[in-house]
Design a protein around this ligand. Sequence first.
Ligand SMILES: [Zn+2]
Length: 256
Amino acid sequence: MDTIPTQPTADWREYYVDPHPGLKSTERIQETCGACSGTGIYTAPTHITDGLGRPFCFACKGTGVHSRLVSSARATARAHAKARAEHANTMRALAARRATFELAHPGLRDQLTEAHLSVRDGNPLRVRIGQLLDRLEEYAGTLEEEEVTEALELLDQLGKETAASRPVPTGRTIIRGEILATKTIDTKWGVTVKILIQGVGWRVWGSRPSEISTARRGDVVELTATISASDDDPSFGFYSRPSKAHVIAAGLRRSA
Ligand SMILES: [Zn+2]
């Protein structure tokens, strides 16, 4: 596999700015108290009051400042610089990993994105392709090798499906095919179950007739219905007024 030459590692010194230039490490400086913003007066509900009954900042004992060694202030600035350098290195490593992946699998992300857009809702391929795209986002634009293998298989399968697609029969016709998916829809008239049936090179979508109310994904069913083709996909249709529905073959059921 080709690799991208890695960028030089960020050094914390690139991010460090001496907070007190010119001062010796052993000198002391005064910093504004963060708890009271330098007022010496505490504004939160619980407080200790001074001799005049004013709420008193416990952190700075009412002085509004903290005295600190220059060496201590520099140590804090160094810690911040190190955190920034570490973050920069993490971002560089992620960018390098992403670039290496794209070199090894050119165009895979675009192909998956395009495939996801072209696959109809309800096609099981769509779900898996979507999950792989999500993985690409989460995983710094890369996939594990076995996921790449799966992605290529899904794209291949989709290509075959597209090549095998045929115009859906229209009008009053007998539909015979496997249930690819079911979807329960709540309407104001009650609950309806819609099913996606895979015919030979085409698919149809419609309500599951009551005669086959137990039919599920994987079952092969037959019914008579009126089909109208989708406007944007001639291999996809919507059926209505189903009758004479029955299950021809039960699919493999997963045991509970
Ligand atoms: Zn204070």
